[in-house]
Design a protein around this ligand. Structure first.
Ligand SMILES: [Zn+2]
Ligand SMILES: [Zn+2]
Ligand SMILES: [Zn+2]
Ligand SMILES: [Zn+2]
Length: 299
């Protein structure tokens, strides 16, 4: 039996000439050939969270920026964070008498904790939450406005290029005296058709391009603080490069600024034979009931 973690001492020649261990090989039943990851097509089938196994279609995943909304990774060691419950004692109010306190039940509160490195959401001052799932405060990207501007600008450029290509093609056909596009047949103008289809008009995209302010390089930078080179470094308070790059939007320098990172979604791929277009493996939509298709394994 071959395991995915097995060291690849024995390699087999794939039909494309690559040497691969048996765990990386597929067998196409239709061409009766061995195929490897190099000579098949990889297609994204669906997105899912590897922690809570929640499935979502690609459109929803894009909307959520390919992150799970209920699972978080430790910003310190990148292990998955667990939700822990505590009992919060009702705070004693000196103005109210003892009688009032008796009515208050101790409340269950939740915080995030890492079982690997003992980091907790309390370390960075995130308040405990009354519900176990979700509701964790999100840190907004300080450059969100600029990022959205850039996105809009590139979308407008793409739209404009598409339109130019369409116009060029139409001209080509108009010269030959043929009307091939729907808009020419029905007498609709391009702007009307876009309006009906709910696409942004070319005017709005051209205004987005006109109003765009490009970034300017500047030679002036802020001076470093005076004690920058003499100050003693406390490595416990400073984040590592990996920790900083894990949160590319904020890139926290201090450990006190770390924030739980929403878990990135994984994809399920289906593999297709490049020669005959048949599926080699297809993932199950529901990850809870994965039945590995044994007959499709080269083994
Ligand atoms: Zn191959
Ligand atoms: Zn999840
Ligand atoms: Zn951790
Ligand atoms: Zn094939």
């Amino acid at each position: 039996m071959a395991y995915l973690t097995q060291p690849d001492y024995v390699k087999y020649i794939c039909s494309c000439g690559q040497l691969k261990p048996i765990t990386n090989l597929y067998f196409c039943r239709h061409c009766l050939k061995i195929r490897c990851g190099f000579c098949i097509c990889h297609e994204v089938d669906s997105h899912y969270c590897a922690n809570c196994l929640e499935n979502m279609p690609s459109s929803e995943a894009r909307l959520k920026k390919n992150r799970c909304s209920s699972c978080f990774d430790c910003p310190s060691c990148f292990h998955t964070l667990s939700t822990r419950a505590t009992i919060a004692q009702p705070r004693q109010d000196p103005a109210a008498g003892d009688a009032k306190i008796e009515n208050k039940q101790p409340k269950k509160m939740y915080y995030l904790s890492c079982f690997n490195c003992r980091w907790t959401s309390r370390d960075v001052g995130i308040p405990d939450q009354p519900v176990a799932s979700g509701g964790w405060p999100e840190r907004t990207n300080p450059f969100a406005v600029r990022v959205n501007q850039l996105l809009e600008y590139y979308k407008a450029i793409a739209q404009q290029e598409k339109q130019e290509k369409l116009d060029r093609e139409r001209k080509k056909f108009a010269i030959r005296g043929k009307y091939l596009t729907l808009t020419d047949k029905t007498g609709l103008t391009g702007a009307m058709a876009r309006n009906i289809a709910g696409l942004p008009s070319s005017e709005s995209s051209s205004s987005a391009i006109a109003n765009f302010v490009p970034s300017q390089a500047s030679a002036e930078v802020e001076e470093l603080p005076e004690d920058y080179h003499t100050q003693e470094v406390n490595l416990k308070q400073i984040t590592s490069m990996a920790q900083r790059l894990r949160a590319p939007d904020s890139q926290p320098r201090l450990a006190a600024r770390l924030h739980p990172a929403a878990r990135a979604l994984s994809v399920k791929r289906s593999q297709r034979c490049r020669a005959c277009d048949h599926n080699l493996t297809k993932p199950e939509y529901n990850p809870g009931s994965v039945k590995f298709k044994i007959e499709l394994l080269a083994l």
